[in-house]
Design a protein. Structure first.
Length: 165
């Protein structure tokens, strides 16, 4: 029993070590660089990741782990924003470490407002530079489904752009 618990802790510690830079960067960006708030957010995120650790598929690839951490961090930030515990930037502004928001992001946000949660997740992964194959693996989609879904999302956004012109 003690070995099982030790194994769980060491696996979680290794996961956190692999993604510490990502987590710290996201917390820094979200807290606007305020060191005290970053430390508080880091604690919140670590507790939430420990709580949600069972949702990470055993044997997940590095890419799947990174997407899982990124999505879970954003969930914590959104929860914190709703609780209005910290002054924050808009959730859409949270980018990966050292990334600048892409040009036209406001327009993308406007055009993607009507997408489903899965379509929004796919779009975020596309904007983060993931390929359709990586997206399919991350979202656990059948081969080719990510490409079809990607094309459908782009078409929906194009139609909305035509309507709003």
């Amino acid at each position: 029993m003690a070995d099982d618990r030790t194994s769980r802790y060491s696996e979680f510690d290794a996961l956190m070590a692999r993604h510490q830079r990502l987590i710290k960067g996201l917390c820094w960006w979200y807290a606007g660089g305020n060191a005290d708030r970053v430390a508080d957010l880091m604690q919140e995120v670590m507790a939430a990741l420990w709580h949600w650790r069972h949702t990470l598929r055993p044997g997940a690839t590095a890419l799947q782990e990174r997407a899982w951490v990124h999505i879970r961090c954003r969930s914590v930030f959104e929860h914190m924003r709703r609780r209005q515990q910290v002054e924050t930037v808009a959730i859409e502004a949270v980018q990966d470490v050292a990334e600048e928001p892409p040009a036209g992001r406001e327009q993308i946000d406007h055009l993607s407002a009507d997408l489903s949660a899965a379509e929004q997740q796919l779009l975020e992964l596309v904007l983060d530079g993931y390929t359709d194959g990586e997206i399919g693996e991350t979202m656990r989609l059948a081969p080719g489904e990510a490409a079809r879904m990607h094309a459908a999302v782009i078409e929906k956004m194009k139609q909305k752009a035509r309507i709003t012109e």
